[in-house]
Write a protein that binds this ligand. Sequence first.
Ligand code: CP3
Length: 420
Amino acid sequence: MSEPTFADGASDRSRQLSDPGNAAGPGLATAAAPGPRTPSTHPSEGSVPLPSEHPARRVVGDGGVADASLLQELRGVRTGTPSVWFMRQAGRSLPEYRALREGTTMLDACVRPDMAAEITVQPVRRHRVDAGIFFSDIVVPARLAGLDVEIRPGVGPVFDRPVRTEADIDALPALGDDYEAALAPIREAVQLTVAELGTTPLIGFAGAPFTVASYMVEGGPSRDHLRTRALMRSRPDLWARLAAWVAELSGRFLRAQVLAGASAVQLFDSWVGALGEEQYLEHVRDHSAAALTHVADLPVPRIHFGVGAAHLLLPMLGAGATAMGVDHRLRLDRALELLPSGTPVQGNIDPSVLFTSEQARFAEARSVLAAGAAASGHVVNLGHGVPPDADPQVLTDLVAFLHAQGTAQVATAPQGAPQA
Ligand code: CP3
C-alpha cells in the first residue's frame, strides 16, 4: 500500500495490529514505549515516529504542537488552563462558512483542499479554540471510495443504493491503491490546514463502523437504526463483512490525516447508543478497534465518542481509545467512576445552554469544569455538536470564559457547582 504524503512503512504493522486481541481492554491496544522525540507521548500511544515535517515533532516554542495544552490534557497531563474545542465548530453557525460554501455542495467542499482547509481554520480564528477539527464528514471516505452518497441540507447523508443484501456487500468497492490515491485531496487539505494553524493542533476524525454502516444500510438518517440492528442479528456474517469494510475505509482515512499533519484523532460513533452492551460487544467493538488500529502505532491520542452511550463508555474505551468523549447526559464525575482511573475525558457542556442567559451558560461551564476536575486530563467540549442556529458570539465568549478559569478558581470558586 502506498502512502504518498509521508511514507513511513508502518502500514503492514498497522494491519498486524488488527488482531481483535488488541481490543481486550483500555490502554492495551498498543504496548509501545514512548517515542524518543515527542516528549509528551503517552505510553498508550504508538511509538512509530511521525514524518519529520509533522507539527507534533516540534514543541510550541519551535512552531509545532508537541506540547500544546490540549494534547497534554488528552495525555493525562494537567495544564492549569482549560483547553476547549467544539464538535461541529466549523459549519453553518458561522457566516464566513455560509459565504464560502455558497454554490458548492457539502461533499464537493470536503474534497477541495483549499476550501476544506479554510473552513477548518475559520472557527479557530474566530473563537480561539485550542484545536481545529478537520472539516470533512464521516461519509467522505465512502464517496472517495466510489459510493453514491450525498449530504442533503437539513437531512444528512443519503446513500443512493442502500446496502442490505449479500449482493450489495459483494459489490462494495475494493479498498486498494485506488482508494489510497483518492485520499490525496484529504492529505493536501490537512497539510494546508496545519500550515495555517501553526501551534494549534489539528484533530483528525472518522466515523466508526456502526454509525457509518447504519447510514449505508438505512440509506439515510434513521431514528432507531432498525434495519441495521436487524441485519446484525439475522445475518451476522453479512454485518461483519460490512463493518470490516467500513473499519478499513475509516481507518485509512484516519491514518491519512495523521500522517499529513493531524496530532490527535476522534472516532465518532454517534449513533452507537442505540445498541445494548451485549450487541455492542458481540458485533461492534472489534470493528471499531480495527478502525483505530490504523493509527495505533502512531504517537497520537485517540478519542472515542458516542451519543447516549453512557452504558457503553467502558466497552468503547476497550476498542482502543486513549481518551473518552462524553455527551451531556452523563456528568463527568459519574463518567470517571465508570472508567479506569487515569483515563482523560472530553466534554460535555449541554448545547442547549448556548440558547440561555450568559449566567446559566457560565454556571454550566463551571459545573462541567468542576465535574471533570478529578480527571487525569480534561478537554472541554459540548455534549454534542454546535447547532447550526447557535450565535457564534456566544461560543467565542464561552471560550474566553473557559480560558479565564484556571485550576485554582475551579478548585475554590464555583458557587453551588458540584465538586468532583
Ligand atoms: O466542526 C466540525 O465538527 C466539522 C467537521 C464535521 C462535519 N461532520 C461537517 C458537517 C464532522 C466531525 C462531522 C461528523 C459527522 N457527520 C457525524 C459525527 C458527529 C456528530 O454530529 O454526531 C455525523 C453523524 C455526520 C453525518 C452528518 N453530516 C449529519 C447528521 C449532518 C447534518 C445534516 C444537516 O444538514 O442537518 C451532516 C452534514 C454536515 N457535516 C454539515 C457539516 C458542517 C452540514 C452541512 C452543510 O453545512 O450544508
